[in-house]
Design a binder for this molecule. Structure first.
Ligand code: ADP
Ligand code: ZN
Length: 440
């Protein structure tokens, strides 16, 4: 879809706030930052101690760079202060509790005030509006409802823009397809791994996406995925896929979103202060250089976080975006530092392998990387039924093609297993791509 045809590139939820001049935006950031620092200093003993240790008081932070004088907040800090240690408001001002999905260990508890709930819905409303979703749209929300932020925050945001929201949750794919058909779903929100699965089922059932469905957009996030996966979903579901990024610690899915140009995600800088650091040294790196994203909440009441290390690897795209929004863009997540693994001494992210797989014809929706020793990687990948049942020579050459391409991408030569569709476990929540069977 071309942006000018669709006319969506110039849709704004809050035009003034989204296109605010940078100097003014930065002045607002400083104002909110100082307010936030004061709030945690006065209300959160954990942060007051941090200030004391650094020999600072909130008024010592006079510009945005001064923030670098304060230490990071880590995942571990959240666990150690669990459950309520970082709350900055009286208990009766808390209106909601969410926990992270715990992909990487014990869950973390995050609290919301009424204003926090409203703000997070507002950021989703910006994102939906800028990608063309609003009144008259039918949003089928296929994320997990419950303790996770993903579904509920999107739900509130989609209601805010006036869409009809179907709280479908994930799973039961035949029912999902029936809902799409019966109610004319125009937009879906789901994880990329589930989207790949849904695409496979649609294909198997012989659904004609052009005639039987009314889908236009898919909002995909919660897991890293590659440009190749995006293209595959766009092609097989007949939608525009928009990348949405967030994490429970930062109120869930509304942190950064792609606009109609689909070229990097605008990070809402009036709500979050963005830093990219070298994960080894902790030094802030310049725009355009990749590193770990560190975020400070600027407007959060119930549980502000200062310099929170997300462990997600990305970089700032320095050029301004053609859509006119002044909030800087970050690149698609290049990986999560927790997902990186080392084989034959090479640092590898699962996305590097996914990128290869999704560009090979005949490769279906699901794959897994199995680590058996420090040197060996096995890539198990489902291929289309026709190929699997077909000519053995084709299978051999397909396996060779995949092996060679992965080797070219990551230097290490993997063992490749071709599987029939459905052989690997289906993911309804977050996909587990790397199975680490190494004993050391
Ligand atoms: P966890 O997975 O840590 O239990 P969350 O459910 O809060 O907790 O997930 C947040 C994480 O999911 C992010 O830190 C990031 O690693 C990943 N994530 C979310 N959205 C995206 C996205 N669009 N692209 C890549 N990774 C994403
Ligand atoms: Zn843009």
């Amino acid at each position: 879809m071309s942006k000018s045809d669709s006319g969506i590139s110039n849709l704004f939820w809050q035009q003034q706030e989204e296109t605010v001049e940078r100097p003014f935006l930065e002045a607002c950031q400083l104002h909110y930052l100082r307010q936030t620092l004061r709030r945690v200093y006065d209300n959160v003993p954990f942060y007051r101690e941090r200030f004391d240790k650094a020999g600072l008081v909130p008024d010592d932070i006079r510009n945005l760079r001064d923030l670098q004088k304060l230490p990071f907040t880590t995942n571990n800090d959240l666990r150690e202060t669990y459950p309520r240690g970082l709350v900055a408001v009286p208990g009766d001002e808390i209106m909601r509790l969410h926990t992270s999905s715990g992909t990487t260990g014990k869950p973390k508890a995050i609290f919301f005030s009424r204003q926090d709930i409203d703000n997070s819905a507002n950021l989703i409303a910006r994102a939906l509006t800028m990608t063309g979703t609003g009144r008259g749209d039918i949003v089928q929300n296929m994320m997990t409802y419950g303790l996770f932020t993903g579904a509920l925050i999107m739900h509130y945001g989609a209601e805010k823009v006036g869409a009809l929201v179907i709280p479908a949750g994930p799973g039961n794919t035949d029912r999902q397809i029936a809902l799409m058909q019966d109610f004319g779903t125009t937009a879906i929100h789901l994880t990329p791994s589930y989207a790949l699965y849904v695409a496979g089922v649609l294909h198997e059932r012989g659904v004609d996406i052009g005639k039987d469905l009314n889908l236009r957009r898919a909002y995909m996030g919660a897991e890293p995925y590659t440009e190749e996966t995006r293209r595959k979903i766009e092609y097989s579901l007949g939608v525009d896929v928009f990348n949405c990024y967030g994490l429970t610690e930062m109120n869930g899915p509304g942190v950064a979103f792609e606009c109609a140009y689909k070229n990097g995600l605008h990070l809402w800088e009036d709500y979050f202060l963005l830093e990219i650091i070298n994960p080894e040294t902790g030094e802030v790196v310049p725009d355009g250089e990749k590193g770990e994203m560190v975020l400070t909440t600027l407007r959060r009441e119930a549980m502000p976080l200062i310099r929170y290390r997300t462990r997600d690897i990305t970089m700032v795209i320095p050029e301004p975006c053609a859509c006119g929004r002044t909030h800087r863009r970050i690149s698609r997540m290049l990986g999560r530092s927790d997902d990186m693994f080392i084989a034959r001494g090479v640092n590898i992210f699962p996305q590097q392998i996914e990128q290869v797989l999704m560009s090979v014809k005949g490769v279906a929706q699901n794959y897994q990387i199995v680590l058996e020793s420090l040197d060996d990687i096995t890539v198990r990948v489902e291929i289309s039924k026709d190929l699997f049942d077909g000519n053995i020579d084709h299978l051999i050459s397909l396996r060779k093609e995949i092996t060679d391409k992965i080797r070219a991408a990551i230097i290490v030569k993997p063992a490749v297993e071709l599987l029939e569709p459905g052989a690997l476990p289906i993911s309804e929540g977050k996909a587990k791509r790397v199975i680490d069977n190494r004993t050391m």
